[in-house]
Design a protein around this ligand. Structure first.
Ligand SMILES: *Cc1c(COP(=O)(O)O)cnc(C)c1O
Length: 231
């Protein structure tokens, strides 16, 4: 199933790139493996996946311990400050930095462990109450503030678009994130290396690619529906 799903996703990525005149190499696919067993991640790994996304610290650490070390782990979920210490030396990219206090904690732990942590600033482009992320009006100043911290580098922006039936409804949000990204590049802020736009999930990654995504985060489309245990 995973093999077939990956092939379908790959075909769609290629088609979206073609439609928007982009190189296939400019879009990176993150296999979002939250709630899925290590055996399924191993299967995806054996099929060539090296970028995996998780949204819980404990789950990420457990899987990190059990799987090959050349995997690039992406923290895509809301991150609590008291858990930063468990992942700073394990993650390739933290997509969900949404406050200066969180960034300060990442900076502190990065210095302790002598690593540099790459992050994206999460922006709640649609302004949904239920979602984390900096507001559109705060985004640029948050990037500027984080840029002043040691041990942490801002590499771009991330957004989680609303759940919609028709992915076209999210096009304006993806375009908005891209616009904020371009505004930040034009400011030429020291210690900010804007290069990544993390946007698009199973329901809307094709539109996100057309609007400039460099990372798409696909879970269901690769691993199938998730079943959440009652907690
Ligand atoms: C779960 C999740 C995804 C993947 O969602 P699918 O709809 O299953 O592709 C992407 N991004 C974030 C932040 C997530 O939490």
């Amino acid at each position: 199933m995973i093999q077939e799903n990956l092939r379908t996703v790959e075909d769609r990525i290629c088609a979206s790139c073609e439609r928007s005149g982009r190189e296939r190499g400019s879009v990176k696919l993150i296999a979002v493996s939250k709630t899925k067993p290590v055996s399924m991640l191993q299967e995806a790994y054996d099929l060539g996946c090296r970028d995996f996304g998780e949204n819980k610290v404990q789950e990420l650490v457990e899987k990190y311990e059990q799987l090959p070390k050349d995997i690039r782990w992406h923290m895509i979920g809301h991150l609590q400050r008291n858990k930063v210490k468990y992942i700073v030396d394990k993650v390739y990219l933290i997509h969900s930095v949404d406050s200066l206090r969180l960034a300060e904690e990442i900076s502190r732990e990065a210095l302790k462990k002598n690593v540099t942590v790459s992050v994206l600033v999460e922006v709640n482009v649609a302004g949904e109450e239920s979602k984390f992320g900096a507001s559109v009006s705060e985004a640029v100043s948050l990037v500027e503030q984080i840029a002043g911290l040691p041990g942490i580098v801002v590499r771009g922006l991330m957004t989680i678009a609303p759940y919609v039936e028709n992915p076209e409804e999210n096009r304006l949000y993806f375009a908005k994130l891209k616009q904020i990204y371009v505004d930040i590049i034009q400011k030429n802020i020291d210690n900010v290396c804007m290069g990544e736009l993390s946007m698009g999930m199973t329901g809307d990654y094709e539109v996100a690619i057309e609007e400039g995504a460099t990372y798409i985060r696909v879970g269901t489309g690769i691993f199938g529906e998730r079943q959440y245990k009652a907690e």
